[in-house]
Design a protein around this ligand. Structure first.
Ligand SMILES: [Zn+2]
Length: 714
């Protein structure tokens, strides 16, 4: 039974006065960004037949694109296409007759021979050529990391730098891509492979691809390089890994879980993988780009079998794969709705982590997403996730769209329940398959699929900025045999931040057992009472860690010690940090040491280890030394780092031994760093030798060189 308890007004006021210290500093005022609107169309682009040659040596390209559009106007006289960084030589109609045209820096205007009627199809062919464009198509020389390569980098509106088109995501087209390149190269692209033809005399090869399903132009992609194609499959669906020749052995350690992921997402989304095949294609860029059926993937994720445990690729591989549904099957109509692509992509990588690695890893994954959002909110800006204010589309690809949006989806799931939630997202995919979509489409689908009006939820989490900052106090009242809890929403209400209306599960743990109660928060200050026969061992606010929030909830030492042993993973990690506040109590160091040694989850052992190192200094050495043998490489790495900070020359042989024998590259690298911290000049020859040891991305070499510098600087 929960009752309001007005007697606690004084305490609430005190909490409210303490709140301003938590207010975020936001140097950017998002509301001053320019207002954008979705692009208006005069025609519906239907199909592009793109025949293009690329010369990797000259970094030049050219060809012909045949454009088919349907007029959306009665009497359409011109077709204006986006076209930049190449020169158009001619435009001809179906019969090969020249059409007049004009070209500006950014557009090609084609004059139709006669005005087109509403709905009439118009086809013409544009011949053009260009050289090494600044964006959209990237020619790169060979380096130790990559062969000579050309690849398109069309996202978000750069595809018109290599062929003329309507370059905005609110229109979907089919396309064929016929690419001619020097023999010895392979060309990967969207859709189904129609054929490969060699011109032996000319020394070229032509790859013909066809994307038969509609997609937005920024998803049109190709890459040409001397790829090795490692074949895999999910049932009859081809799944291929296009890697550089030197990375062939890394293809399966990096990508091998892809078929399992496709199976998982098929089931999770209730919509089978929608494209003809799935290729992941190495390119020398910074991240992944989810072209339909052909994801361009940074070569930096490539990992050999020995290092796979330390540097798993499943985060980016699952995120990009999820885009084949979220972004590619359904696509943002304008960048105001970027969350439909990226929040779902980001939530999907959580879903896969949870499935593959279990509940604790899933909880940690979500906690890291929340932390990433809070960093941005506290140091840069807050904004509504759905916003038509931005200077350029790239503005929307931030920690609001990715992690905050993913956490909003997680909250929605918590409110709807799993069955209704997954039914809704499946319904959404089916309803808007192969179409652009916007946020209102999703909200309507929630109503249709579940009968529930959640406008209040979307209003505060998608259309308003910020998050609740809770100041919580709880005390047990022996006379009432109850826990009195006060909750203040202490966020800064400037810039449109609302008082949040949210359900929260509160768990009271006593010696007699645990009781969880859901309360609804909807005011700036509220108070609740929960029955408890005895003083609780633990009071948990937001059981399940569902909410996007900051919390200040002071606990006494007894409760923190209990939390460290018995709370969920995030609670135990939190306790490990909070115990630093009780550093003078004799019970703290042994409790942390016990957690380092015995907690079942690595991230808790690591958090306890870090607190222990801070508290006990050299006194922590025995526990840290033991943790250097922990089963988890993250714990071992943290232990070596903390031991290294002690700068004890007596441990030189110990670190050398770890460097030689530990199976983990992270641990070995950290051991080298720890040797540098000792400042012992006699180590220089050893470190110079270590610098010669080959390792992923030269991690050991870089650490050894830094260690030598550190020693020489002494
Ligand atoms: Zn993404």
């Amino acid at each position: 039974m929960i009752k309001k308890a007005p007697a606690f007004a004084a305490l609430l006021l005190a909490l409210a006065l303490a709140a301003p210290g938590q207010q975020p500093q936001n140097p950017v005022d998002w509301s001053t960004k320019p207002l954008q609107s979705e692009r208006t169309q005069t025609y519906d682009a239907l199909h592009y037949l793109i025949k293009i040659w690329v010369d990797l040596d000259q970094k030049s390209f050219g060809g012909e694109t045949t454009v088919t559009v349907a007029s959306l106007r009665e009497g359409l006289k011109t077709v204006v296409l986006d076209a930049e960084e190449f020169k158009v030589a001619s435009v001809r109609n179906d019969y090969g007759e020249p059409l007049t045209f004009s070209q500006s820096e950014t557009e090609l205007t084609v004059n139709l021979p006669a005005p087109a009627k509403l709905g009439e199809h118009v086809t013409f062919t544009v011949a053009y050529a260009g050289r090494d464009p600044k964006i959209g198509l990237r020619f790169m020389d060979a380096t130790p990391d990559n062969p000579k390569i050309v690849f398109s980098d069309s996202f978000p509106v750069n595809v018109h730098h290599w062929f003329p088109c309507y370059d905005y995501p609110n229109d979907k087209v089919t396309n064929e891509l016929v690419v001619t390149v020097k023999s010895g190269n392979k060309v990967g692209a969207n859709g189904r492979l129609v054929g490969v033809t060699e011109d032996r005399a000319g020394g070229t090869v032509t790859w013909h691809w066809s994307q038969d399903f509609p997609h937005s132009t920024y998803l049109i992609f190709f890459a040409a390089a001397p790829y090795v194609v490692v074949k895999d499959a999910f049932g009859t669906l081809p799944v291929n890994y296009w890697v550089y020749p030197q990375d062939e052995a890394k293809a399966r350690p990096t990508y091998g879980k892809t078929p399992k992921m496709i199976a998982f997402f098929n089931k999770t989304y209730g919509y089978d993988y929608p494209w003809q095949k799935y290729d992941q294609i190495s390119v020398p860029s910074g991240g992944g780009a989810e072209s339909t059926s052909a994801t361009a993937m940074t070569h930096r994720i490539m990992v050999g079998a020995a290092d796979e445990a330390d540097f798993p690729a499943i985060g980016i591989v699952s995120h990009e794969l999820a885009h084949q549904w979220w972004g590619d099957l359904i696509t943002l109509r304008s960048w105001a709705h970027t969350w439909l692509n990226e929040s779902f992509g980001t939530y999907s990588d959580y879903l896969y982590h949870r499935y593959e690695m279990g509940e604790d890893e899933g909880a940690l994954n979500l906690a890291n997403k929340l932390a990433a959002y809070l960093r941005e909110a506290k140091t840069r800006y807050i904004r509504p996730i759905v916003s038509d204010r931005y200077e350029k589309p790239g503005d929307m690809f931030d920690s609001h769209t990715y992690p905050k949006g993913a956490r909003v989806i997680h909250m929605l799931r918590s409110i709807l329940g799993d069955e209704a939630f997954f039914k809704t997202i499946s319904a959404f995919l089916h309803r808007y398959a192969f179409q652009p979509a916007e946020t209102s489409d999703f909200i309507r689908t929630v109503k249709d699929a579940t009968g529930r009006n959640l406008d209040w939820f979307f209003d505060q989490w998608l259309f308003k900025p910020g998050h609740p900052v809770f100041d919580i106090g709880a005390q047990w009242l022996p006379a009432r045999k109850a826990v009195q809890m006060t909750v203040a929403q202490a966020q800064d209400y400037a810039r449109g931040v609302p008082v949040f209306r949210v359900p929260v599960a509160v768990k009271i743990v006593t010696a007699a057992g645990a009781v969880t109660t859901t309360i609804w928060l909807k005011e700036k200050r509220e108070s609740f009472e929960f029955p408890a026969e005895t003083k609780p061992l633990l009071v948990r606010f937001d059981e399940g860690n569902v909410l996007i929030k900051e919390v200040s909830f002071p606990r006494d030492l007894d409760e923190l010690l209990y939390k460290l042993k018995s709370d969920d993973v995030l609670g135990r990690m939190d306790a490990a940090g909070e115990l630093l506040k009780f550093k003078d109590d004799a019970r703290v160091v042994p409790a942390l040491a016990a957690s380092v040694k015995g907690d079942p989850f690595w991230a808790v052992r690591k958090a306890s280890l870090e607190s222990l190192a801070k508290l006990a200094g050299a006194g922590a050495a025995p526990a840290l030394t033991q943790a250097c043998r922990d089963a988890d490489t993250n714990v071992r790495t943290a232990a070596v780092l903390a031991l290294g900070d002690l700068k004890d020359k007596g441990r030189i042989e110990f670190f050398k031994d770890l460097f030689k024998k530990d199976a983990s590259l992270k641990v070995r690298t950290e051991a080298v760093c720890s040797l540098g911290k000792t400042g012992d000049a006699s180590l220089v020859p050893f470190l110079k030798q270590a610098a010669e040891v080959p390792s992923r991305q030269n991690m050991i070499k870089r650490a050894a060189e830094a260690a030598v510098k550190q020693i020489e600087a002494k």
